[in-house]
Design a protein around this ligand. Structure first.
Ligand code: ZN
Ligand code: ZN
Ligand code: ZN
Length: 451
């Protein structure tokens, strides 16, 4: 500690000591704000004299800040690739789902992830989770709007005797709403989103939803669901709003413009984005007809918080938010708060299942595919893991992800380099890149909805 300076009040730690201490604190308290981290630092090191300003500066320079604003959209990597940036969710209570994992902040480039807090055995259920919002696959959405499956949880309603209709479609003089629900509970829970997406309560939302359906644009549908949830939460007492808003703001993001630069054919074109934004504003902000305006005003009596207006109803923010949806949606179209923290790797140790098909189709079960040791990161695969590295990377590119740096890819990259320097070993290296694991194909089919 040669660089420390003694002051009259205590010791001013060196930059490196302070950085180390703050990194440790951040990994122990991934969701604390700057002032609380600062307080924890002083509690851990009572002999130190450090100003909050200095703590803030280091947290910022080390990428350890939980941002509550817009922040940079992504961090640039090598070769001009952009990596999704993610923020820690302040005050996230993992205990509601599981005690087996915790959130860890790795570094600026990698962002956050989940690690095991205790040893988890192969086949074990790690947690079950219901979606924050659901924008289901289009064949299921078709069923929903034909009253064949629950508008809230998407479970089939065939043969159920407890089915409830949208309460508003019973009032006279309104457009008939097709929404049906498993039971009164699903109907009640749908109040967090449905009123703003209901053709009877907010007819201005219909063109937006139809457009998303016609384009089979899941991210747009998901953004409509998220927007409905945030705007309705802002009508309440503030507590639900703060929580919901934190979830949306903390989702990993990559702007649509950046995605567009990387992703050639996977996204609709710019004119389509503009049209989508226009319908989005009409649905939630400025309906074109007076009668629709009146209905929307009945649902949104309190003014929308300025922060929300800035983050949702601005074209750039809209594109960024679409990117957030694409990055964080589960394969079936649900956005799950804890699940959205799991990073990708080409040799996953965790898989996502939809086991509760008869009771809650949208509920996911996170299952260990392998034994997972304490502090080991939980990873899932976003792509078909069977083909060789270049093909996996191509799939990842289509999702807008950067270069995969998982252990398997790193190993295969080394093997490929060897192959280049030693031509005759070609055959053995190709063999090493052959499919791994017999259940992976099944796994993938399940995760993409081919049951
Ligand atoms: Zn239901
Ligand atoms: Zn309705
Ligand atoms: Zn990989």
């Amino acid at each position: 500690m040669t660089t420390t300076t003694t002051t009259t009040n205590g010791v001013s730690p060196s930059e490196d000591d302070l950085k180390d201490a703050l990194k440790t604190l951040r990994s122990e308290h991934p969701t604390l704000g700057i002032s609380k981290i600062h307080a924890a630092l002083l509690a851990d090191h009572p002999e130190w004299t450090v100003s909050e300003k200095r703590t803030r500066k280091i947290l910022q320079s080390e990428g350890l800040v939980i941002s509550s604003g817009t922040g940079p959209t992504s961090a640039s990597g090598k070769n001009g690739f952009k990596y999704p940036s993610s923020k820690l969710m302040e005050g996230l209570d993992l205990g509601q789902w599981t005690k087996k994992v915790e959130v860890k902040f790795f570094d600026k480039k990698k962002g956050k992830g989940l690690v095991a807090k205790e040893r988890i055995s192969e086949g074990e259920t790690i947690w079950k989770e219901d979606p924050f919002i659901l924008a289901p696959e289009w064949d299921i959405y078709d069923l929903q709007i034909k009253s064949g499956s629950c508008m809230h949880c998407s479970t089939s309603l065939a043969g159920s005797s407890l089915v409830k209709r949208c309460a508003d479609s019973l009032s006279s003089g309104s457009t008939l709403c097709p929404a049906h629900f498993c039971n009164h509970l699903c109907r009640e829970r749908s109040n967090k989103t449905h009123p703003l997406l209901c053709p009877s309560q907010n007819p201005a939302s219909t063109p937006l939803l139809s457009f998303a359906q016609q384009k089979e644009w899941m991210a747009l549908h998901a953004l409509a669901q998220c927007t409905a949830r945030v705007l309705l939460a802002a009508q309440g007492d503030g507590k639900d709003f703060a929580k919901d808003w934190e979830v949306v703001k903390s989702l990993a993001q990559l702007g649509m413009e950046e995605r567009h630069a990387q992703v050639s054919a996977a996204e609709p074109d710019r004119a389509t984005w503009k049209k989508a934004f226009q319908l989005y504003e009409q649905a939630f902000r400025e309906p074109t007809q007076a009668s629709e305006k009146k209905k929307l005003a009945r649902l949104l009596r309190k003014p929308i918080p300025q922060e929300v207006v800035d983050e949702l109803f601005n074209y750039d923010a809209f594109l960024r938010n679409l990117g957030r949806m694409s990055l964080n949606l589960e394969a079936h179209g649900g956005l799950y708060v804890l699940h959205s923290h799991i990073n990708h790797a080409c040799s996953p140790n965790t898989s996502i299942r939809h086991f509760d098909t008869r009771t809650a189709l949208s509920r996911i079960t996170v299952v260990a595919k392998k034994d997972i040791e304490v502090n080991e990161e939980l990873v899932i695969t976003y792509v078909n893991p069977d083909p060789r590295r270049m093909d996996r990377q191509r799939q990842l590119d289509e999702w807008g992800f950067g270069q995969c740096r998982c252990a398997r890819c790193e190993q295969e990259k080394k093997d490929e380099a060897k192959l280049l320097t030693n031509g005759e070993r070609h055959t053995s290296a190709v063999a090493a890149a052959e499919p791994v694991g017999d259940d992976l194909e099944k796994e993938l089919k399940a995760s993409f909805g081919v049951f």
